[in-house]
Design a protein. Sequence first.
Length: 201
Amino acid sequence: MFFKKDKSRVVDKNPDELPGGKEKIISQGVFSLKIDIIGSVASGKTTLAKRISKKYGIPYYEKDNIVWKRTLNGDVKRNPEERDKYFYDIICENNWIVEGAPRKILKEIFGCCDYIIVLDEYTIIRMIRVFKRWINQRSGRESYNSKPTWNFLWCNIKWVLDFNQMKRGLLQELSIFAEKVKIFKHSKEAYEFVIKSFLQI
């Protein structure tokens, strides 16, 4: 079952008959939803996390913001103790969505989530998105965490290509989680999967 029922609370009605419907009972903690979304830069991770978060009223977190603290004077890397405390506080919550590129750290999340959603968007689409995002950030039409310098553009291109190189190893590593792992080409397909899974309750 995609959504785990909290046995300390009982719902004796069809979720659709409750005030606010299914979205309401998730946000109130009757069912838990824990998803890890991973993929390359510009694969649609944040877009997907935001859509699910908005639909069900649960928080989403970016892995970059777990590792880095955003300040007015620039990004500051959290020390391991602070980072790990922040991370464990998140995964101990009843509902969460965490998204980000694969990291050597924070892998404990794989065993805690209901599903690991891997977005494997086409390389050309990711490259186009990287350039569009960079242009929009440079022109002030889109917000950003890291300043859109030429060097940052190059880093994003490199990260897109790096993901292609590491993908096989990543999927092999994730294979131990079997049915937890769901791979999609587009974030729209992943979103539809989440919605349909919830309808099975």
